[in-house]
Design a binder for this molecule. Structure first.
Ligand SMILES: Cc1cc2nc3c(=O)[nH]c(=O)nc-3n(C[C@H](O)[C@H](O)[C@H](O)COP(=O)(O)OP(=O)(O)OC[C@H]3O[C@@H](n4cnc5c(N)ncnc54)[C@H](O)[C@@H]3O)c2cc1C
Length: 477
């Protein structure tokens, strides 16, 4: 297995110029600047570092992973030291009526963790990971996924989450958190037992099924519009190893590979989570199985009938599998692997709830021919065991999600993604994954939250009536 999910997603970046034409619908209104009195009050309130356009390090502090947002200059970025700093920033912001946005790993597709008018509260340093004897992990929102896997693996445990090493648990789990253990262990947010968060009133609160339960509900899927998360407790799973498979198909077999994936993946035993990618040059189907290699071979046998199939199957220690899905170079340390160069990209997503027809499969192939990559993540299993209204994450009755993505100069990327989306949107259920947010959606909140939107708006009005947390495509009071 030499090619990973991330490489597939990033393949279309090959040769891309680091040219950013700037954001389209992100928060680009004229940059707000803090007055000297506001700035001095902020600096005295926190122990962490406050970056402003006049400070050394401001550019790096305000940059996101997606360089299309490089043109957005927030009034300040506060790199907090601890939860108390977060509380102090919120109290300061209420005193001067200044909006805030949270930032953990800076990977928001829609640029929601920066703003030209809101101060950025960067909780990246709240990144500790610990595990108690009952198998409950306490993890800071700034912890990057590969580091989380590595720390937990030393104790023979894991949480389900995405495969990209530089994504932080904070934004990831607040929006869902889908990865190669998803059908077996659920989304990252399904494992959360409680959350510590600073509310708009400037109070550090524990949110769980029994305390601040509305806020707990909203934070699991509703994103960062409700409070600033300072730590989470998640139920871990014991695991030492898993089986994996990786299948490649030539260009002419893309429709057949997609058909086999659609037949196999969403209804497979929950122990198997698989993905299918389509590009202009070919297809892959790959996945992870919590069981024996022999059983896995039986489950994926139909893939062998597809012309040109090349399939590898194996078993790995769990951490080595995570580092391979993450696309780490052989022998790279966790820190080296997490250090990915920022790039411009555009993306969108749809959810497929019905089996694809032959016309739909042809449309998917045409969509891949635009130059965008389609990445289909199978749902079902434990993800769909949860009711759509049990958390704010509504997408529980679907077969798979399709991420449509292009790493390229932003005008090219956007044109590819929008053309591809147009071709396949009618085969979706109208919803979109909030972690693959898209600035070009016409009704984004409806697409991300569906039937849960009303309750989210009502909770926002209760917990943040002054709209302290103002995110691009966020829920507003
Ligand atoms: C290369 C790449 C690969 C990815 N792979 C996957 C994948 O396999 N599976 C998957 O499900 N997703 C994946 N994602 C999407 C990822 O889950 C989202 O981009 C996620 O929002 C990133 O979280 P972050 O904390 O890193 O980013 P940020 O930009 O810091 O945060 C994202 C959002 O959450 C809010 N937020 C962040 N921290 C806090 C906090 N502490 N309190 C309140 N609000 C906060 C921000 O304001 C913003 O709205 C991938 C993204 C990238 C760039």
């Amino acid at each position: 297995m030499t090619t990973t999910r991330r490489e597939f997603v990033q393949r279309s970046a090959a040769g891309a110029l680091a040219l950013s034409l700037g954001p389209l619908a992100a928060n680009t209104s004229a940059a707000t600047r803090l007055t000297p009195a506001q700035l001095s009050a902020l600096r005295s309130a926190v122990r962490g570092t406050v970056f402003t356009p006049a400070t050394k390090g401001y550019s790096a502090a305000s940059q996101l992973f997606n360089t299309r947002f490089n043109g957005i200059d927030p009034p300040a970025v506060v790199r907090v030291r601890d939860a108390n700093d977060v509380r102090e920033v919120v109290r300061w912001a209420s005193r001067f009526d200044i909006p805030l946005v949270g930032k953990s790993g800076g990977n928001a597709y829609n640029g929601a963790s920066t703003s030209s008018s809101a101060v950025v509260v960067d909780v990246g340093s709240l990144s500790s990971v610990s595990l108690n004897s009952s198998g409950v992990a306490t993890i800071g929102p700034g912890a990057l996924l590969l580091g989380v896997y590595a720390t937990l693996a030393r104790r023979g445990a894991t949480i389900p989450a995405g495969s990209c090493p530089n994504v932080a648990l904070g934004g990831h789990a607040l929006g869902g958190g889908m990865g190669l253990a998803g059908r077996n262990l659920g989304l990252a947010l399904d494992r959360i037992q409680s959350i510590q968060a600073v509310t708009a009133a400037g109070e550090l609160r524990t949110c769980s099924a029994s305390q601040n339960s509305d806020l707990f509900w909203a934070l699991r899927g509703g994103g960062g519009s409700f409070a600033l998360v300072t730590s989470m407790k998640l139920r871990t799973q014991k695991v030492r190893s898993a089986a994996w498979f990786f299948a490649r198909f030539p260009k002419g077999s893309r429709a057949a590979a997609l058909e086999a994936f659609d037949d196999l993946a969403p209804g497979a035993p929950a122990a198997l989570t698989s993905l299918c990618t389509l590009t202009s040059g070919g297809a892959t189907v790959f996945g992870q199985y919590f069981g024996s290699e022999a059983n896995l071979r039986k489950l994926i046998a139909p893939l062998r009938n597809i012309p040109g199939a090349s399939i590898s199957v194996g078993t790995s220690s769990y951490l080595s599998l995570m580092t391979r899905w993450a696309g780490c170079a052989e022998g790279a340390s966790v820190a080296q692997c997490e250090n990915i160069k920022p790039q411009p990209f555009d993306a969108s997503s749809i959810y497929v709830a019905k089996k694809l027809s032959s016309a739909a499969r042809s449309a998917f192939v045409s969509a891949a021919n635009t130059g965008a990559t389609l990445v289909c993540d199978s749902y079902g299993g434990r993800i769909n065991d949860v009711s759509p209204s049990a958390t704010a994450f509504v997408h529980r009755n679907v077969r798979f999600s399709v991420q449509i993505v292009s790493y390229a100069p932003i005008s090219t990327a956007r044109q590819r993604v929008n053309s591809a989306r147009k071709l396949i949107a009618k085969y979706g259920n109208g919803q979109a994954y909030q972690n693959y947010s898209d600035l070009d959606l016409s009704s984004p909140l409806q697409a991300y939250y569906g039937a849960n939107l009303k309750r989210l708006e009502s909770i926002k009005a209760q917990v943040d009536p002054d709209d302290r947390f103002q995110l691009t495509q966020g829920i507003r009071s």
